[in-house]
Design a binder for this molecule. Structure first.
Ligand SMILES: Nc1ccn([C@@H]2O[C@H](COP(=O)(O)OP(=O)(O)OP(=O)(O)O)[C@@H](O)[C@H]2O)c(=O)n1
Ligand SMILES: C[C@](O)(CO)[C@H](O)COP(=O)(O)O
Length: 239
């Protein structure tokens, strides 16, 4: 790791893409499912690689990924670097990516972690996150305020209570933190489903940057249709 503090921190994207997509139930991991004629992951990578804010884009693939090399990524340019170091969980994959770039990243460089499974990432999402967090001591994440009434279920799936939704937000990605802070937090964290949780477990408070619902995560088959609709109907318009 480059120890020197830099006054103009760089921004690296890490895209964890080593999952199996079990909830999708498809014949291949969802990051490679076709979406508008390209592998699903291509859409977010394309936006990240085209962003003037991002210096490099590291994709974390499983160690035995056999599909990456079957596709043509050349249109995305020289910022894109595949890393075959995915782990058993999303957090393991992100930590593997952070370790793999230790020779390149300085302690205070920013890392934006973005799910391969969020193909509707738009340029304005990155722009807003980077601008709003530029002078933040901790970093933060895109998120949207919860809009629905929330119910807690009992084991028989009856309503056990209504959870006040005030102050509740749904976490999205990218999630943006300083390289060294994120690496230390993930090394010390257990059972976290996002980077912010690891930072929180380290006693810090990530900032919530308001995103929008178009940046959905493809988890179930219906989400693939929603993503396709969003990408086809967006036409550059910001919601
Ligand atoms: N061991 C893992 C598990 C997940 N991911 C990545 O983390 C992101 C978000 O995870 P999720 O939506 O849960 O993807 P999967 O783990 O593939 O899906 P599932 O939980 O349904 O199996 C995805 O881009 C996925 O590829 C990863 O890099 N390494
Ligand atoms: C990081 C994330 O996308 C934020 O919503 C989410 O936590 C990933 O969770 P998953 O359980 O791995 O799908």
């Amino acid at each position: 790791m480059r120890a020197m503090q830099n006054f103009h921190p760089r921004h690296f994207a890490i895209v964890p893409a080593a999952g199996s997509g079990s909830r999708m139930g498809a014949v291949r991991p969802k990051q490679y499912l076709p979406l508008l004629g390209r592998p699903l992951i291509h859409h977010a990578l394309s936006v990240l690689c085209a962003s003037p804010d991002i210096d490099k884009v590291f994709v974390v693939l499983s160690v035995d990924d056999a599909e990456w090399s079957r596709h043509d990524w050349s249109t995305l340019g020289g910022k894109l670097v595949p890393l075959f170091c995915g782990g058993a969980t999303r957090a393991d994959s992100v930590l593997g990516g952070l370790r793999a770039i230790s020779g390149e990243a300085a302690q205070s460089d920013w890392v934006l972690v973005h799910d391969a499974a969020r193909p509707c990432l738009a340029p304005w999402h990155i722009d807003k996150l980077v601008r709003e967090l530029a002078h933040d001591e901790v970093g933060g994440l895109l998120a949207v305020p919860v809009a629905d009434t929330l119910k807690r279920a009992d084991p028989q799936r009856h309503v056990a209570g209504t959870v006040p939704r005030d102050s509740l937000w749904q976490a999205q990605t990218p999630q943006m933190f300083r390289y060294v802070m994120l690496r230390r937090a993930l090394q010390g964290a257990t059972d976290v489903t996002d980077e912010a949780s690891a930072i929180e477990a380290a006693g810090l408070r990530p900032r919530l940057v308001q995103g929008d619902a178009t940046n959905l995560k493809v988890t179930y088959p219906l989400d693939l249709h929603l993503a396709e609709w969003i990408l086809q109907n967006r036409e550059g318009a910001r919601p």
